[in-house]
Ligand binder design. Structure first.
Ligand SMILES: Nc1ncnc2c1ncn2[C@@H]1O[C@H](COP(=O)(O)OP(=O)(O)OP(=O)(O)O)[C@@H](O)[C@H]1O
Length: 679
């Protein structure tokens, strides 16, 4: 391949990366300060910064200015934004790992806008007269490709005109001779026809000399951004179309059948690959070659097609790759590909939430304006509608003092609310519309959880009455955002063989581990020889979802102790919490959804880990329905949950003495934070 432009070295040394190199590959992008533009200072009402809108002085989203560049539109993700800007400057690959809908593809697109447009290249594929199956490849500066094709077409047209002129003269001579001199009319017409066909046939070969403009960047405003997520091999690596005629003069020349892949189209721009682990190993290996060499030949991907015989000269693939996915994606991707990104690029973990500060609220208001603008048909949001959106972002964060960064979901809510307003032909989208949208855009899991609750109410399964021995209302989360009451029952029987804990109800790995941990406390607690007993633990009606996470461990422990000691448990109460082997109650995930599920099931009290107290953000409608009891030790759980005053006090004291003093609350939250169990 000949290259009319200089190609930068895509893989400078590691030391260059560390030093934020001034290498030749470095490109000019705006400074961090320029990019961190916040909402205009003049649009802030002094003294009202603590309000839901961070003091923003606006009537509706119509008053909010939206930045032009995508990188300025990204909310939160400061670390990822910095990395993207640095990587664009140094032309490094980036791997972004994190929850869907937090802005990974948005940042990749933003990165393409930061790369210089001047570097763009056009790629032409030419017929190779020496070997028809090895088309030649030429690279020219962006925009020049079209001119070259036009010039070739003009030349071919001129040549064809000359030929046609020649053809008509010959036909005229032949016809004249046949008719006037030889007197053979039929023979003359036949000869003219043969000449006509021969000329037309030969003009095909002139057209065949026109190159194929494989990559045309003449109309591109920015460096290319190619999303190759889920692309099959041909779409990713390029392909050569099958030719049913193959020979005999009717065939399409091979260079005209060459199709570019995303790796070629992303040349000098960004190649975005989400869920990279779903790409088959062969494609991952070829992708690696393309990254390493900066060029990759195109051949037919289907072995039985005539295209497989064709292989072009190498086509440039000097792209920056942004690979994305969740943690699984990282584990399952080709180790060599991972190490290439790791060694010569950046890895970044996306944030799920961000601290709730006035500046951030102003940015969320701008986010609503961005989504309205992007859709183009939604009525603008009023102040109170934006406030409701910010409240929802707080609620969805699941952590006090934070806002959710699952922006795609929030964007979905903006669209549903706007659509409701539009259907009503309202001038603005109001708070009422947002509230209606929240009800309408319930996830499958939320709808399923509601159906579950309804069904169970029919059979009176969820809520038992009064005080019952060995039965406790546990709490779990379905999907990401719906809680459900799952009762746990325990029974202790004399053992026929070696005694032990027998648990049923589709227990998943973490729940099984929780049952094991609980048995440490139970063994220490029981006066009787526990090895002579079978302890049966049943997760009632776990249905399709099973039980995951160890948030049921305080429930299991309390149910078993109740069964062992024959002390009843208050059924008007539910609980969630993880238990350490020494009896401390550790934080869990999804407390808000769990509390709401307990309230919906008609329960009056709910026990949660004290360390989770700050995460509780239940809807107003449930606040008066249910009392939240934070605890930090299993003895406190029993104190709240067990009925029967006398026996209960003795039990609680005994538990305290065998498990030692409860850790203070700060210690508990230190132990638990960082990895609250998912349920
Ligand atoms: N941090 C953010 N700031 C502003 N808008 C965002 C942000 N994250 C997501 N969005 C909005 O949500 C849309 C979808 O986000 P995006 O496709 O970037 O998510 P993603 O992390 O790539 O998700 P996935 O992994 O599912 O592809 C964006 O087009 C944008 O409108």
């Amino acid at each position: 391949m000949s290259n009319d432009t200089d190609t930068d070295d895509a893989f400078p040394t590691e030391s260059e990366i560390d030093s934020g190199s001034e290498s030749g590959a470095e490109t000019t992008v705006p400074s961090g300060e320029e990019l961190g533009s916040d909402v205009d200072d003049e649009a802030i009402i002094e003294g009202q910064e603590d309000g839901l809108l961070g003091g923003l002085d606006i009537e509706s989203t119509a008053d909010i200015e939206i930045p032009d560049r995508l990188v300025d539109q990204v909310i939160g993700q400061d670390h990822a934004r910095d990395v993207v800007m640095k990587a664009a400057k140094q032309r490094r690959h980036v791997m972004m790992i994190g929850t869907p809908g937090t802005g990974k593809s948005m940042l990749a697109k933003a990165m393409s806008q930061l790369l210089p447009k001047e570097d763009l290249q056009d790629v032409l594929v030419y017929h190779n007269p020496d070997d028809g199956n090895a088309p030649k490849v030429r690279t020219v500066p962006g925009g020049k490709g079209k001119q070259i094709i036009e010039a070739h077409k003009e030349e071919a047209q001129k040549r064809n005109q000359m030929r046609q002129f020649l053809m008509w003269i010959i036909i005229a001579i032949v016809l004249g001779y046949s008719l006037l001199i030889a007197g053979q009319v039929l023979l003359g017409i036949l000869a003219a026809g043969v000449i006509y066909i021969a000329f037309k046939y030969s003009s095909r070969s002139t057209d065949a000399m026109i190159p194929n403009l494989l990559i045309d960047s003449s109309d591109t405003q920015t460096a290319p951004f190619k999303d190759a997520t889920g692309a099959h091999a041909g779409a990713l690596l390029g392909d050569v179309r099958h030719d049913p005629f193959q020979s005999g003069g009717m065939e399409t020349p091979s260079h005209d059948r060459v199709e570019s892949g995303a790796i070629h189209e992303a040349n000098k721009g960004v190649l975005f690959l989400d869920e990279i682990n779903t790409l088959d190993v062969r494609s991952q290996q070829k992708l690696m070659t393309a990254i390493q060499e900066g060029e990759f030949s195109i051949t037919g991907q289907s072995e039985r097609s005539s295209g497989a015989m064709v292989q072009t000269e190498p086509v440039p693939t000097d792209f920056v790759m942004v690979a994305a996915g969740n943690l699984d994606a990282m584990e399952n991707m080709h180790p060599a590909l991972r190490s290439r990104i790791k060694g010569y690029g950046y890895e970044v973990y996306m944030d799920d939430t961000i601290e709730d500060e006035p500046e951030m609220r102003r940015k969320y208001a701008r986010f609503v304006a961005q989504e309205v603008d992007k859709d183009g048909r939604l009525p603008h949001f009023t102040r109170d509608a934006i406030e409701e959106m910010i409240l929802e972002a707080q609620r969805r964060a699941g952590r006090k003092g934070h806002l959710s960064l699952k922006m795609r979901d929030l964007g979905g809510l903006v669209r549903v609310a706007g659509d409701i307003a539009r259907a009503e032909e309202a001038e603005f989208t109001t708070r009422e519309h947002v509230l209606q949208a929240k009800n309408r855009s319930r996830s499958i899991e939320q709808q399923l959880a509601d159906t579950f609750i309804e069904r169970r109410k029919d059979y009176e399964m969820t809520v038992a009455q009064g005080d019952v021995v060995g039965r406790i209302n546990g709490l779990a989360v379905m999907g990401e955002d719906s809680g459900i009451v799952l009762p746990v029952m325990a029974e202790v029987t004399p053992s026929q063989g070696p005694g032990g804990v027998i648990a049923t109800g589709q227990l998943k790995e973490m729940a099984e581990e929780a049952v094991q941990n609980v048995s440490a406390i139970i063994k220490k607690f029981s006066d009787e020889n526990i090895s002579e007993k079978d302890i049966h633990i049943q997760f009632v009606q776990t249905g399709q979802q099973g039980v995951d996470g160890d948030s049921a461990s305080i429930t299991v422990a309390a149910a078993v102790i109740s069964a062992l000691e024959d002390v009843p448990v208050d059924q008007n109460l539910a609980m969630t919490g993880s238990l350490s082997v020494r009896g401390d109650v550790l934080p869990v995930g999804g407390v808000t959804h769990k509390i709401e599920a307990a309230a919906k099931a008609g329960l009056e009290r709910v026990i949660i880990p004290a360390a989770n107290e700050q995460d509780v953000m239940i809807e107003d409608e449930y606040k008066d329905q249910i009392e939240v009891v934070p605890v930090s030790h299993i003895s406190e759980v029993l104190e709240v949950a067990l009925a029967g005053e006398g026996e209960k006090d003795g039990l609680v004291d005994r538990l305290k003495s065998i498990t030692g003093q409860a850790l203070d609350r700060q210690q508990v939250s230190q132990q638990g934070t960082g990895s609250p169990s998912p349920q």
